[in-house]
Write a protein that binds this ligand. Sequence first.
Ligand code: PRP
Length: 216
Amino acid sequence: MSGGETMDGLTVVDHALLAHRLAALRDAATPSPRFRRLLAEIGAILATEATRDLPSTTATVTTPLTEMRHRVLAGPEPVLVAVLRAGLGLLDGAMGVLPEAPVGHVGLVRDEHTLKPSQYMLRMPPEVTSRGAILFDPMLATGGSAMAAVQRVKEAGAPHLRFVCVVAAPEGVRTLRAAHPDVPIFAAALDEKLDHRGFIVPGLGDAGDRCFGTEG
Ligand code: PRP
């Protein structure tokens, strides 16, 4: 697995299994139950990539044959933060690869006319002040929601943060990086643009609606 830098601070994760799942996720014919499964699997791959360089140390392990020194994590797993609603889909997979991670939630909804996000809930585990956090939201469109979510998690005391999304628009990457240049972004794809409604093109539609069957 390898990642490629395409914009400052953005890592577009390059992996055959990820690309294959993203193709199905983008497909308008993919029904909600499959969409959810795919999002969870993508969450696991992206969480794995976003934690590739977590600090590690060595410990002694006794195999059935001998003792050896082995690489292990130096500290506890970071806090995982889902940006509601759609971030919940990614969270399922992320928790699979980081099973000891405490979980926080930020509830944000974007006004479909102004495109401004408003917050309706915030719950953060106390470990966020020592462990840092990884935020999950499938869509980085205008960047307004990501900017607000990162701000809330910083205010909760997170010393360092990473932002994970599935599809990013260049506008969203620029906005988030300008507001929070210390926060690296990991995405499965950097898409072309936003349309006049603030939807990512080619994108995958409204991830929250497709995940939970609330379209139409
Ligand atoms: C979508 C998406 C992001 C946000 C991206 O959520 O999941 O949170 O919009 O847009 P932005 O970058 O322009 O802020 P939405 O507000 O539709 O809420 P939902 O997840 O509950 O569907």
